[in-house]
Design a protein around this ligand. Structure first.
Ligand SMILES: [Mg+2]
Length: 259
């Protein structure tokens, strides 16, 4: 598979050959649709983004999903009342657009609760490290305290040991998460592609982080198009076939698809 573009000015229509109604869209949230913020709670939805997503949703007959490491509940809070398909916690949670139903949630085992409690307590001793409870998973963020990267990695490794093999670590940008081991964004894409309105379309996926690589490989293997939102250096290590520099570029490009 060849890398096809690495530019900020590529013409959207030239990239997605064919009509929008032939495509399904899988879009990461933080660092892709949204600018990264200093704390996980501080992200904002840029002006016009809700309208762009609504237009894209209409143009694709609902074949648009947000695929994020955030909980479905958090993603919903950013787009209130907007009927989008949401895959949260890297696919461990799913809310389908058609019926607003969510896949049933399993209560976490005691080993997981123990791991969460330990990590939350340990983080209190690290100034600037933020604990985020995502329900079926949790994360420690160190964007405000980069010196604590190693300490966070140590705590999370210990947490993974406590939680057991049903859970896996996911390092990201200034964050380490622990969540269900059987969830990844590639699986989320494959699960959605097996059902209407995604079924039979060519998948497009965009993301900015390590956990998005599973999604990139999934769409590349399905005659799709993957897009990294990030630097040229990151692009050289990525499975993504195309690249835009940052979320603002990506929002502009996406908006251009549905003027
Ligand atoms: Mg991201």
């Amino acid at each position: 598979m060849q890398k096809i573009i690495s530019a900020t000015t590529a013409d959207a229509n030239a990239i997605l050959d064919g009509s929008l109604s032939d495509w399904a869209f899988f879009l990461d949230l933080d660092g892709t649709l949204l600018d990264l913020a200093h704390t996980p709670e501080a992200v904002v939805v840029a002006p016009g983004l809700r309208q762009t997503l609504a237009r894209l949703d209409a143009a694709t007959g609902g074949a648009l999903a947000i695929v994020t490491g955030r909980s479905v509940g958090f993603a919903e809070s950013l787009f209130p009342g907007q009927p989008l398909t949401l895959a949260g916690l890297h696919g461990a949670e799913m809310r389908l657009r058609q019926d607003h139903s969510a896949l049933p949630e399993q209560p976490p085992p005691p080993s997981y609760a123990k791991a969460r409690e330990m990590a939350q307590r340990a983080a209190q001793f690290l100034a600037g490290v933020l604990f985020e409870d995502k329900g079926a998973g949790f994360a420690l963020h160190y964007r405000l305290a980069p010196d604590h990267a190693q300490a966070v990695a140590g705590i999370m490794a210990q947490a993974a040991g406590l939680a057991g093999p049903a859970y896996a670590l996911r390092p990201g940008k200034a964050v380490v998460e622990l969540g269900p081991a059987d969830a990844d964004k590639g699986r989320a894409v494959k699960a959605l592609m097996a059902m209407p309105p995604f079924l039979g379309r060519r998948p497009f996926a965009a993301g900015d982080d390590v956990t998005d690589e599973d999604m990139f490989r999934a769409v590349n293997g399905r005659d799709g198009l993957s897009m990294l939102v990030g630097s040229q250096a990151q692009f050289s290590r990525s499975a993504a076939l195309s690249r835009l520099e940052g979320p603002a570029d990506f929002r502009r490009w996406l908006g251009g698809l549905v003027p």
